[in-house]
Design a protein around this ligand. Structure first.
Ligand code: SAM
Length: 331
């Protein structure tokens, strides 16, 4: 059994502080039109209603859809936003998403300093970045491992359900040394079923701003548990549905519901996708509820006392607009 994952878990800060329209391809435009929440064709609506009668439903932003329809609806959103995704992220968050991502990755300290690498073990960590999209997190993992930990062996699999988002990631990595030395690979897969990844094979599983789009978050968490090595770390960066300060919350909600779809409309000619993105944040569980889901999947929560009393099982960022959650697979 590898000793890397438990060691990695120890090295992480697991005692959390208590604390002009971008181009859009024709296929994407067609998909968007087909799936737009406001202009969906009646055929699609009929299909959704029919399958809703036959099976369970779930939410898609503020709409209710058949469970089987959600992944393709989410897929249409991300195919539509893929080419403008990085620019839009900067505009919508005023660049703050970069600080959150930097902090997220720093807090995980990816990579293994050569001096700490157990002899006889394969070198470096195996990281899986799920819903990795354009590769923002994966690039940070590799930069951190290389530049901070002087580790040139750690590798990252970028996994995403959406080929258009992955294609943007591939374009980006084409220019990077990590592509040439085989430290990055791409996998098109639904996070709820990553059977091509072996059980107990991953040191660090990350998911940033992705899990709120999954139809069955519990299934994805169980898959995360399965693929991680004992002692391996699950880490999630996600928006929260509410800020703890009600005044700030009201201002933030007003801003996000008014500005984000508008920026989407002006910059990417795509109001509906950005409307979905803000609505999906509202549907995500609270920090405490999500921590419960992580525990339910079998993870230990850093920061939880032995007596079962919770200190804090997550870290709020920017007054709680986003939060980092971590779980450790028992060794
Ligand atoms: C908001 S983007 C985040 C991308 C990247 N992690 C980042 O932080 O910039 C959400 C990503 O989740 C992906 N996604 C949505 N549902 C998914 C699923 N069921 N399985 C895997 N990826 C999914 C989308 O295709 C999209 O690339």
């Amino acid at each position: 059994m590898s000793t890397f994952a438990p060691q990695a878990a120890k090295r992480l800060r697991l005692s959390l502080p208590a604390t002009t329209r971008q181009w859009t391809c024709r296929a994407c435009a067609q998909q968007r039109a087909a799936f737009s929440s406001t202009s969906r064709s009646s055929e699609q609506q009929t299909t959704d209603r029919k399958s809703t009668r036959d099976e369970g439903t779930t939410h898609f932003g503020f709409s209710t859809v058949a469970e089987s329809a959600k992944a393709s609806r989410v897929g249409a959103v991300f195919s539509s936003v893929a080419s403008s995704y990085d620019t839009m992220n900067d505009l919508m968050s005023l660049g703050i998403h970069r600080l959150w991502k930097d902090h997220f990755v720093r807090s995980l300290n990816p990579g293994i300093r050569p001096a700490f690498a157990p002899s006889g073990e394969p070198r470096g960590q195996k990281i899986l970045d799920v819903a990795g999209g354009t590769g923002d997190i994966a690039l940070r993992h590799l930069d951190h491992a290389t530049n901070i930990n002087r580790d040139s062996h750690t590798s990252v699999i970028i996994s995403d359900i959406n080929p258009d988002m992955l294609a943007e990631g591939q374009k980006r990595f084409k220019q990077s040394p990590y592509n040439r030395d085989g430290r990055v690979s791409f996998l098109e897969a639904n996070a709820e079923d990553i059977h091509t990844i072996e059980s107990n094979s991953i040191d660090l599983y990350t998911v940033a701003f992705g899990i709120r789009n999954f139809t069955h978050k519990d299934k994805a968490l169980r898959e995360a548990f399965r693929v991680l090595k004992p002692g391996g770390v699950f880490a999630c960066l996600e928006f929260t549905p509410n800020l703890s300060n009600p005044v700030l919350n009201a201002i933030y909600k007003r801003w996000s519901f008014a500005a984000i779809p508008l920026i989407g409309q002006i910059v990417a000619a795509d109001r509906d996708s950005y409307q979905y993105l803000v609505e999906s944040i509202e549907r995500f569980p609270t920090q405490r509820e999500f921590m419960g889901m992580i525990k339910e999947a079998g993870f230990l929560i850093p920061g939880e006392r032995g007596d079962g009393q919770e200190h804090v099982g997550w870290e709020d960022l920017s007054a709680g607009i986003a939060a980092i959650h971590k779980g450790v697979k028992p060794a």
